[in-house]
Design a protein around this ligand. Structure first.
Ligand SMILES: Cc1ncc(COP(=O)(O)O)c(C=O)c1O
Length: 386
């Protein structure tokens, strides 16, 4: 089916796409990838995809055309990278299971340890299993600017990374830090100042530094020339160091939506509710955890206006609801809702809690046609438990 005519209109509801569905728009993905490729080439750094944010393997071949590979935080992510990107993964796992080491060693190009204890336990076995592996340590750079504690990986009490390190253990060729979350290059600049002063003595002995993720390069206000200048300056201070960045969100930032449908409209003593065929707790958990209110086409967050509704999720959890939203038009049963920017950290976090139907996963391809990538059945629900 051809949807190209619909792409120009931002107020449509994609009648030919079954609801509910997560829908990636390939042209928008390519636009993001082109920008990341420009940074990679101009600044002379490696950019790899963090699977944590997006593990949609059917588009890995497309992503691999523009980026240098991917990073994994688990054995499963490493296997997915090897199988569908045709590449070995950069791997950082907060605490490694010894029984996974051999398997992991054959699907990784580098292993980053979270602590010196992890290094002591696992370095030699890993090297034995795969002598060509590179090894690094995750460190805490000592600075971050993230106001939501749930998403601050580099606070003073963080368990992620070594806070102080005077010497490099044998076989360690790189350091990794991850201190950003949807931040810009000016925050990165301040993180780098702290990182360089905290680990100054070690930098001459390294081959590479991994600047982690959280660089929101594809957000429209991000200052790309400033980032490139910052990276070039870092490289001129440390010409022997390879620089790696591993964004997740930036790769798929604003590249797709979640389509939902109104199943019922009810009025309670407090509010009107649109009862939907999606669940916020099962399908968009960040909306409740972070919490945040997604942009919805044809509606504004808040209760200014004539058509104000709460959005009711499809599970029985009392708090599975969002809003209020004020819609441009009165809503009725059967109307579609398009929740914007629902690709990063959504599909990777969904559950089948309460047996609620998982949205389809599909893509509006570069040529405008819709391709269903996955739909979910009773068997998917049942086989989670046995
Ligand atoms: C170690 C590491 N690298 C990369 C990322 C990707 O971050 P983002 O999706 O914010 O770019 C994360 C996300 O939390 C992470 O923990």
């Amino acid at each position: 089916m051809n949807l190209s005519g619909m792409k120009e209109k931002q107020d449509n509801s994609y009648p030919n796409i079954d609801s509910p569905a997560f829908v990636l728009e390939e042209r928008k993905l390519i636009r993001n990838l082109q920008l990341l490729e420009h940074v990679r080439r101009t600044a002379g750094v490696e950019i790899i995809l963090a699977l944590k944010a997006v593990a949609l393997w059917p588009v890995f071949p497309r992503i691999r055309q523009y980026l240098d590979g991917a990073t994994a935080s688990s054995l499963n992510e490493s296997l997915l990278i090897h199988e569908h990107m045709g590449d070995l993964a950069h791997v950082y796992i907060p605490a490694i299971k010894a029984r996974e080491s051999e398997h992991l060693a054959h699907h990784a190009k580098s292993i980053i340890f979270n602590s010196l204890g992890e290094y002591d336990r696992h370095f030699l076995p890993f090297r034995q299993f795969n002598p060509s592996l590179k090894f690094g340590l995750r460190v805490n750079p000592g600075y971050s600017e993230i106001s939501t504690p749930l998403y601050d990986p580099a606070g003073p009490g963080s368990r992620l990374g070594i806070h102080h390190l005077d010497t490099l253990p044998d076989g360690i060729s790189g350091l990794h830090f991850h201190a950003l979350c949807e931040n810009n290059s000016y925050t990165l600049e301040r993180v780098l100042q702290s990182f360089e002063s905290r680990f100054e003595k070690l930098l001459p002995h390294l081959e590479w530094v991994n600047f982690g993720g959280g660089h929101l390069m594809t957000e429209k206000s991000y200052d790309i020339p400033h980032l490139i200048q910052l990276l070039q300056q870092f490289k001129s201070r440390h010409p022997h160091l390879k620089v790696i960045m591993e964004p997740g969100s930036a790769v798929v930032w604003q590249t797709g939506f979640l389509k939902a449908t109104v199943l019922d409209v009810i009025t309670t003593p407090a509010r009107k509710f649109l009862m939907l065929d999606i669940s916020f707790t099962a399908h968009t958990p960040d909306c409740l955890e972070m919490p945040y209110n997604p942009v919805i086409r044809g509606a504004q967050y808040g209760d200014n206006g004539p058509n104000v509704y709460m959005l009711g999720g499809s599970s029985c959890l009392a708090g599975d609801q969002l809003g209020p939203y004020s819609f441009d038009q009165e809503m009725k049963v059967g109307d579609a809702l398009i929740l914007e920017d629902m690709i990063h950290y959504t599909m990777v976090k969904t559950t089948m809690f309460n047996g609620v139907q998982h949205p389809d996963i599909g893509m509006i391809q570069e040529d405008g046609t819709y391709k269903l990538l996955r739909n979910f059945t009773f068997e998917d629900y049942k086989h989670r438990m046995g």
